[in-house]
Design a protein around this ligand. Structure first.
Ligand SMILES: [Zn+2]
Ligand SMILES: [Zn+2]
Ligand SMILES: [Zn+2]
Length: 461
């Protein structure tokens, strides 16, 4: 290209992408001076680069309306620090709004070339004005209209990715004062409609992030400390509206006021077992007495904390945090364990006398026929775990022998969580046991918690 006359070079340059324009400007002195790349061209190159497969796809919303943590690395460009960095350093809006998303190859922005023009700033300004006049939605639709594409898709392709030059990472939003202007928790409307999803104070932004699927709060706040088993090994959870054994927990990125690093809420040893929707601004305990706010300015990440109080105290606090969560889960599962027994006494009425608990026990084995008196469901509910398990075995054998339990038992199946309870009784028992065993392991080796906390596992967003 260097052998071409200068006026031809000047004609060719606008037909390069920003990436090739910058590369050419870096090949030699001549092109560096001719092209004289500006910040905008470096920025445009970065926005071209983030669309390359090596930076991963996009952050997406799944069929449950959850913004998920992708299993592959996904990175985006920050147009303030001019770097391509992991998605975890951005808030949801910066990645999910149509104009901030990575545009596909057939979109308008992806078809754009570098807007290099020879001449001074005035010449460049005039060229940009002319481009803007031609770059209307109407023109775009006319030029790209085809029978196999809808107008709404064309509108989307026109808009997608066009505001990426305003995308900032969380830290750049901090240094430019964005979070300070949008600090929500102290405003009087923080329980009202206008509460922003990003909470925290001007100095300690607390930013809503992606969502991670976890079986319970110990997995949520100690991710990876213990291996996660298959879904089938977790009992259902007792929740309003839902009976599932797994849920999507929101992750929060918090800028530690001690060291200025952004870390996940778990790295601050704050969180509770009762709700996936609990924000860091909510108290850790349900109805905490005398609670007057989250006091984010006093929060310290594990690394800051260990510097000021030492490993032993960090270990103690981490263990207390673990135990609080595990005990909550155990208490909840222990409440679930007896519930189905209250439905057992209703079998007789629901089957119009065809079946009854007494008859079920008696026909189970010879030894139960010798029982002088058969305990009813309410009595079994109060028995200890071992005794209860015996009667569960009786019930389970009977249920398994039925052609269709739902047809026989009708509404009993939906009473007192009978359906999940009758299926997952032993899973519940085992989970209670496992959580207790984990607590014992950690109690004997709090160093394990300290290592976990300091190697960054807890702080991963
Ligand atoms: Zn020079
Ligand atoms: Zn940045
Ligand atoms: Zn810190």
């Amino acid at each position: 290209m260097i052998s071409l006359p200068l006026d031809i070079q000047v004609l060719i340059l606008p037909f390069l992408t920003s990436t090739s324009l910058i590369s050419l400007s870096q090949t030699n002195h001549h092109f560096r001076h001719l092209i004289d790349p500006q910040r905008k061209q470096f920025l445009d190159r970065l926005l071209e680069l983030e669309c390359l497969p090596e930076y991963g796809g996009e952050i997406t919303i799944n069929e449950h309306a959850k913004i998920i943590v992708p299993s592959e690395p996904v990175s985006y460009a920050c147009t303030h620090c001019l770097k391509i960095i992991p998605h975890t350093r951005f808030d949801n809006h910066a990645l999910l709004r149509l104009r901030f998303r990575k545009p596909p190859p057939e979109s308008r922005v992806r078809q754009r070339l570098c807007d290099w023009t020879s001449g001074d700033a005035k010449a460049r300004g005039l060229k940009r004005q002319a481009d803007l006049r031609n770059d209307t939605l109407e023109n775009w639709i006319n030029q790209n209209f085809a029978s196999d594409i809808t107008v709404s898709r064309l509108q989307e392709l026109y808009k997608i990715g066009t505001h990426r030059n305003r995308r900032l990472c969380n830290e750049c939003k901090f240094t430019t004062g964005f979070w300070a202007r949008n600090a929500g928790v102290r405003s009087q409307s923080w329980r009202g409609k206008s509460r922003s999803s990003n909470i925290g104070t001007a100095n300690v932004p607390v930013v809503k992030g992606r969502q991670r699927r976890c079986h319970d709060s110990t997995e949520r706040y100690f991710p990876g400390l213990f291996p996660v088993a298959a879904d089938a090994e977790y009992p259902w959870r007792w929740k309003i509206y839902r009976e599932e054994n797994c849920d999507w927990w929101t992750l929060w990125s918090i800028r530690c006021p001690g060291c200025g690093t952004w870390q996940e809420r778990a790295a601050f040893r704050k969180g509770s077992g009762y709700g996936v929707k609990a924000t860091p601004a909510d108290p850790d305990e349900f109805r905490q007495a005398g609670w007057d706010g989250p006091h984010f300015e006093d929060w310290r990440c594990n690394s800051c904390f260990v510097t000021s109080v030492g490993k032993e105290e960090l270990g103690r606090q981490l263990f207390a945090f673990w135990k609080k969560l595990a005990d909550f889960e155990i208490t909840m599962f222990n409440q679930l364990l007896p519930v189905g027994w209250y439905a057992v006494d209703g079998i007789e009425r629901a089957t119009e006398g065809k079946h009854s608990w007494e008859q079920i026990v008696k026909q189970d084995s010879v030894s139960s026929q010798l029982l002088r008196r058969i305990p009813d469901g309410k009595e079994i509910a109060k028995m200890d775990v071992e005794q209860r398990r015996h009667y569960y075995g009786v019930l389970k054998r009977w249920l398994d022998g039925l052609d269709g339990p739902t047809a026989v038992l009708s509404e009993v199946m939906d009473r007192h969580w009978f359906r999940p309870w009758s299926k997952e009784y032993l899973i519940l028992e085992k989970r209670i046991e496992d959580l207790g065993a984990c607590t014992k392991i950690l109690e004997a080796d709090t160093d394990r918690l300290v290592r976990f906390a300091l190697d960054g596992s807890a702080s991963r967003v």
